[in-house]
Design a protein around this ligand. Structure first.
Ligand SMILES: *Cc1c(COP(=O)(O)O)cnc(C)c1O
Length: 360
């Protein structure tokens, strides 16, 4: 039976990547060593690291005046590193509140300075992206932070805020590499690896040069972007195996046609799944405003929640795994990141139609 894993994170990785890692597990390219056993300063690993960065720069079109940092601590640590490094003597930062991950970023930022909430979607249960013309931006804000894809709520921006000279900061943990973006519009982009990049334990930060080197005076060395930028992400031991797998994922993306091809595939997958939900005569329901529905995380409920257990059990038996919704939302959530093939979404849709036919 073919298994399709719809986990929100850590999430499915491309099968080709796992097979290559398996083949190279004990002996990387004739070195006689596993990547896990190599010095991070040896020529083998520094080559792996340099290629991963070069491939990522090519895939995303990252301009030369941006640093690519491979860090640890997850997106959560960025919630504090961002205000520590980017307030730069200013007293306040702008935050957009579109759901659970925005709230966590906001809660942490409040420890370091004033937070101005420019827009909020709580009035409709965090199911839409607030229109930009109503945002209350502060022209003197140190930066503006937003969450382009709310992994739990399934709300995704299909546009980039135009905030002028205020540096734009984005938590792209769950949609990085899934759609084309213009990196030059951003001051800083960050993402935990475990959704669209590689294994948990690696955090990617892409930061514009001029935002580095102005951290608050009491910033711990490890939390200063300058430490990692100056040391090429080798100040301390980096998450070497995670960087290696991420590098294999970047190679896979390039072979698959790059981000443009990935975006087309992601649109096709999302359209297929939302169409099935919307055509179910209310048996399935997605609460998110149609224009703001995530291509990566598709939350949906069953009309009769007492069928949830049955749905999950039967899905499991068909090899459709980890569809249970987040505990704060309930129902189901299908995460359909880059590595989920169209055939996986088709298998889910076939099962959903069968299930609704039995119980509708
Ligand atoms: C998963 C996720 C996080 C949390 O990432 P960690 O690596 O566990 O800290 C933060 N933001 C978003 C948008 C996420 O999807």
């Amino acid at each position: 039976m073919t298994i399709y894993n719809f986990s929100a994170g850590p999430a499915v990785l491309p099968r080709e990547v796992l097979l290559q890692a398996q083949a190279e597990l004990l002996d990387w390219h004739g070195s006689g060593m596993s990547v896990m056993e190599m010095s991070h300063r040896g020529k083998e690993f520094t080559g792996i690291h340099a290629r991963a960065e070069a491939d990522l720069r090519e895939l995303m079109g990252i301009p030369a005046n941006y640093k690519v940092l491979f860090l640890q601590g997850g997106a959560h640590l960025q919630f504090s590193m961002i205000p520590l490094n980017l307030l730069r003597g200013k007293t306040s930062a702008d935050y957009v509140n579109t759901g659970e991950w925005s709230k966590k970023a906001i809660g942490e930022a409040k420890k370091f300075g004033a937070v101005n909430i420019v827009a909020d979607n709580a009035d409709r249960n965090c199911t839409y992206v607030p229109a930009f013309d109503a945002w209350q931006c502060d022209p003197d804000a140190a930066y503006l932070h937003y969450t382009p894809n709310e992994t739990i709520g399934g709300v995704e921006f299909n546009w980039v805020p135009e905030v002028g000279d205020v540096p734009l900061v984005a938590d792209m943990s769950s949609n990085i590499l899934s759609r084309q973006i213009d990196v030059s519009k951003f001051g800083l982009i960050y993402a935990g690896a475990q959704k669209n990049i590689g294994p948990a334990g690696l955090t990617l930060v892409i930061v514009r040069d001029d935002l580095i080197g102005q951290a608050a005076a009491n910033t711990p060395t490890m939390l200063d972007y300058k430490t990692h930028a100056d040391a090429g992400s080798m100040y301390n031991t980096p998450p070497t195996y995670g960087i290696y797998i991420a590098g294999l994922v970047f190679q896979w993306l390039k072979k698959s046609g790059g981000i443009a091809a990935m975006e087309r595939a992601n649109i096709a997958k999302a359209d297929l799944l939302y169409a099935a939900i919307d055509a179910s005569n209310g048996f399935y329901h997605c609460p998110v405003n149609k224009a703001d529905r995530s291509r990566m995380n598709v939350p949906f409920t069953l009309k009769d929640a007492s069928l949830d257990g049955d749905f999950l059990k039967q899905a499991d038996a068909r090899g459709l795994l980890q569809l249970k919704g987040h505990r704060s939302v309930g129902g189901m959530r299908a995460s359909i990141y880059n590595a989920m093939p169209l055939a996986g979404v088709q298998a889910l849709v076939d099962f959903m139609n069968e299930f609704s036919g039995q119980h509708g």
